[in-house]
Each structure stands twice: as C-alpha cells, then as structure tokens.
Design a protein around this ligand. Structure first.
Ligand code: NAG
Ligand code: NAG
Length: 515
C-alpha cells in the first residue's frame, strides 16, 4: 500500500529529526532566536505574501506591509471584515515532486503552488452576499521544508501575520476584532501564534483551526499551539486523528472553545484506503496523496460546505466520547450543548472548551439528520441473552427511509431500555410512523425453536418473544421528542422475521419523562 508508506514517511520524518530542536520553547523566546530577529525596517520583505483574493486576478492582489498604496490598488475595503486563510505544510506536494522523476515535466509545476482548496475556500467566502475581504497568507517557501523545520517556522509566520494586522490597525484603523483567521493543519498553529504575538491586550476576533496539525503539538502547553486564548473566539474541526505509530496527523486534544469531531474525528467516510485505486483512476498518480490527505482535508471541505449550503448547516452535539454519541445519548441543545459546524457557528465563550460530535455523509452536502431511538425490550426468555438484528423503516411527512439497519452494542437481556443513534441523509420531515422488523434468518428460527423446547413458557400457549411496547424518538435537528406505540395494543410480541408498526401516541403517554 503505497499510501500507507507515504503516511509512514510523513510521520517518521517527524520522529527522526530531533524534536527538541523545537521542544518546549515558549512563545516569548521567539525574539532571542537569531533567525527570527529582524528590524522594523526590513519588514517590507516579509516571507509571507498577503494576497487579496479578487474575482479578477488569478493569483490574488499582493498587499505589501508599510505600502499603503497597495491596499488601494487591491481594493481592500476597510469597512468590511477580513478573513485570512493560512495554509499548512506542503509536504504532500514535496513528496510528489521527489517521486515525480518519471513523470512529465509539466508535473514539476506543482512545486510552489497553492493547493486547490484555498481558492475554493476563498471563492466560497466571497460567494453569496458575503461582504468580506479575503486574504490568502502564502508562506509556501517556509512551509516547503522538513516537517520539524516547518513547525519552527509557524512561530515566525505567526509573528508576520501579527505584524501585518498591527500595521492595518495603525495605518487605517482596521480593528483586529474584525479579523478571522482560518488555518489548516500547521496553518492552524500559525494562526494561534499570530493571535498570541499581536501586541496589546485586545485579541483578534476569531480563529478557526481546520484539523490542526498533531505531531510536535499534541500535549504541548497552550502557549506552544493553537489554544482558546489566541482569539476572542476559537473553533476547531478535527478530522484525521487516527493514530499511526503513536502519532496522528491532526491534533486530538481540544484546542478551541468549541472542538468538533465529525464522525469521531479519527477518520472520515469516503476516505478509506481502499479508495486509493478509485482516486488513482480519477486523478492519476496524485491519487495517492488524494487518499492520504482525504480525511485531513475533510475539515476544509466541511467548512466550505457550511458556506455553500446555507440550508444544510450541520449541527454537532456536546458529548463525552464517540461511543456515547453512537448510542444516541447526546442529542441535546439545551444550555449550549449543540452548535453549528463551520462559518455560521454561534460564537459563545464558555469557561471550558466543549467537544462536539456529529455524523456526516461522505460528500457535500455533508449534513445528516440525527435521531435517538429508545426502545424498551422485555426478553421473555429469562436468563438467555439474544443478539437479534433489527431494521427500521421510517415514514415522515416529506419522505420515507426504508430498512435502516440497527446495531445494538450489547445483546438483549431481561427487561431494559436500549438507546441508539440513527442518521438520515435526507430530511424526511416530521416522523409519523415506524416499522420495526426483526430480521430473522432460518438459522435464527431454528435456534429460537430449540430455545423454546428447552425453556417452557408460562403465559398460555403463545411463543415467547420480545415485548416492544413503545419507541421513544428524539430528533436532534428539531429537538422534537415523540413517542410511538405498537399499532396493535393487544399484540406487542415480536418474533424473528416479524415486522411491527408503531404510530404516534403522545396522548397515551403524557410528558412524564423529560429525560
Ligand atoms: C466597502 O463596503 C461597503 C459596505 O458594503 C460599501 O458600502 C462601500 O461602497 C465599499 N467601498 C468600496 C470602496 O468599495
Ligand atoms: C420490567 O422492569 C420494570 C421496572 O424495572 C418493572 O416495573 C416491570 O414489571 C418489569 N417487567 C417485566 C415483564 O419483568
């Protein structure tokens, strides 16, 4: 698996080079590092190119520090907010370049190019009615290094962005509170350093970290990575924190006021390594990197999605961990427990950072609709645990969803309520009817019959089964709670291969249970 080798190389290059060249240096130590000392006079020669995105120029219109006329020339509008996009490490392009000797010469043009997502992000920010200045902070020359060197450079580039914002404030009274930094991977930490290096007590408005880089940042003190202190509001989307040789590409720990973990944050749907062949078919040899960075870059596309699909904003929910979330137990929006993923997040500063979870689709629009189902089962065969397979079909006011598989984490034993999460790709409207089916195979029937011959049942001649009286449903997106009862009240027993219909019955169960 070539992609795995690439990934290993990527992570190994972090381990081999001594990490202590960077180690626990404080942000304050920046000025003492000789490579970082520079005088105010040569600040026109920044390593970072600030390119104002316009619909007309291909590369963006470059604004130079201390050259006011470039603001005019590029039509920077000081009465509009400013978003600065900060890219990450360019190792993937670098790796490609190395292995590209046998590729057409045109391929080497990849070197020094900004990745495609940056322009998509810029265009998405400008699209619709969004009145903003969008600047791309191009630090490619400093990002095109061995990983540990690029990591060191994040502080330097952070300082340059801070200088740039201070200059905007001094020269045209552009308030830092109107600034939103969006940083991907290493760029997330660059943004964090920019936020902490900017002088004065006021902070910049917002920082969004898109799968902030993990290696050499995970577990570091808040001053050595992106942290909630770096801006008035900080949000982060974690999409590739799957561990590989003790490291993960994206940082796992919370680094923001709201940290989003789509699909648990470790890996993303549609990014499976097996898709490498599809990607190669689609993109040629670059398909390998497409696969490797798929989950990492998903954070970017989730954010772009939030800009492009106003009517499909994804909601995420506060939860302790993904396992609890997968049981459907966290779909509450009370007291800031949920928030919107991406650009339109509710900016609320809470004393402690919140980890939010959500499921997504494998492609845009990524939104899914989350439901908690709580079903009370009574297993009539006492002392015998069973592991049935169920499917559920939902009828809504707008659409139906048929034969959704239900996986119970634990077998059914005795008399207990089970909770699980179901997600739907489409909005079915208000839920009005549920069909609940016990998927019984022939094998199952046999086992069931055997069980019956061994354990005699008490209540008449009826076969014992599962008793399912009610199904309680909570819709995350609408926060609506509903109760469904078996259509045939006198027959609440479910047997293998049988399907039961449940209809709304709130009136039979007045709101006694507010959980
Ligand atoms: C700047 O933006 C404001 C608000 O949209 C607009 O009224 C104004 O005309 C713009 N200025 C320039 C120079 O484009
Ligand atoms: C199930 O448990 C509840 C309370 O835990 C009890 O009231 C009820 O009688 C039990 N039902 C059966 C059939 O055992």
């Amino acid at each position: 698996m070539k992609s795995l080798q690439l990934l290993s190389f990527l992570l190994l290059s972090c381990i081999i080079t001594p990490a202590n060249t960077y180690g626990g240096k404080k942000k304050e130590a920046l000025g003492s590092q000789s490579q970082h000392t520079r005088t105010k006079k040569d600040q026109q020669n920044l390593e970072t190119k600030f390119r104002l995105y316009t619909d007309t120029t291909e590369e963006g219109c470059q604004i130079f520090l201390n050259q006011l006329e470039t603001l005019d020339k590029c039509s920077f509008n000081a009465s509009l907010p400013l978003v600065i996009i900060v890219h990450g490490w360019s190792i993937f392009t670098d790796l490609l370049k190395r292995s590209a000797h046998n590729l057409p010469t045109s391929f080497s043009q990849v070197d020094g190019m900004l990745e495609g997502w940056i322009w998509k992000m810029a265009a998405a920010l400008k699209s619709q009615h969004k009145q903003i200045n969008v600047i791309i902070a191009d630090w490619l020359t400093f990002a095109h290094q061995h990983y540990p060197i690029a990591v060191q450079n994040t502080r330097y580039i952070g300082q340059e962005i801070a200088d740039f914002l201070e200059w905007l404030e001094k020269s045209i009274q552009f308030s830092r509170s109107n600034v939103h930094l969006i940083g991907y991977s290493l760029g997330a930490h660059v943004s964090g350093f920019a936020g902490s290096y900017i002088s004065g007590t006021n902070k910049i408005g917002r920082i969004t970290g898109l799968d902030p880089a993990g290696p050499l940042f995970e577990g570091m003190s808040p001053t050595d990575r992106l942290s909630p202190d770096d801006a008035n509001f900080v949000d982060a989307i974690h999409t590739f924190t799957k561990q590989h040789m003790g490291l993960s590409v994206g940082i796992k720990q919370p680094v923001a006021h709201f940290d989003f973990y789509p699909n648990g944050g470790t890996f993303q749907p549609g990014c499976h390594i097996m898709h490498v062949y599809n990607h190669i078919a689609q993109y040629g040899i670059t398909g390998i990197t497409q696969t490797v960075k798929c989950a990492h870059e998903r954070s970017v596309h989730l954010f772009i999605d939030s800009l492009l699909h106003n009517d499909k904003q994804s909601t995420a929910y506060w939860c302790n961990d993904i396992n609890t979330f997968n049981k459907g137990m966290c779909l509450s929006c009370r007291k800031n427990r949920c928030n919107t993923l991406g650009y339109n997040i509710r900016e609320e500063r809470l004393p402690k950072s919140r980890q939010l979870f959500l499921k997504t689709r494998a492609h845009m629009p990524f939104k899914v609709y989350h439901y908690q189902f709580k079903i009370h089962f009574i297993n009539e065969i006492q002392g015998k645990q069973i592991d049935p397979t169920f499917t559920i079909s939902l009828t809504g006011t707008k659409e139906d969803a048929k034969n959704l598989p239900i996986t119970l984490v634990e077998g059914i034993n005795g008399n207990k309520t089970y909770s699980f999460l179901i997600t739907l790709d489409t909005d079915i409207g208000e839920l009005i009817m549920i069909k609940f089916k016990w998927e019984g195979t022939a094998v199952w029937e046999n086992i069931w019959d055997t069980v019956q011959t061994i354990i005699p049942w008490t209540k008449g001649t009826r076969r014992p089964g599962l008793i399912v009286k009610t199904i309680r449903v909570k819709a995350g997106e609408t926060q609506q709670k509903m109760t469904f009862c078996s259509q045939s009240i006198d027959n609440v027993h479910l047997h293998p291969a049988q399907e039961k219909t449940f209809v709304r019955c709130e009136d039979r169960f007045p709101r006694q249970n507010r959980k």
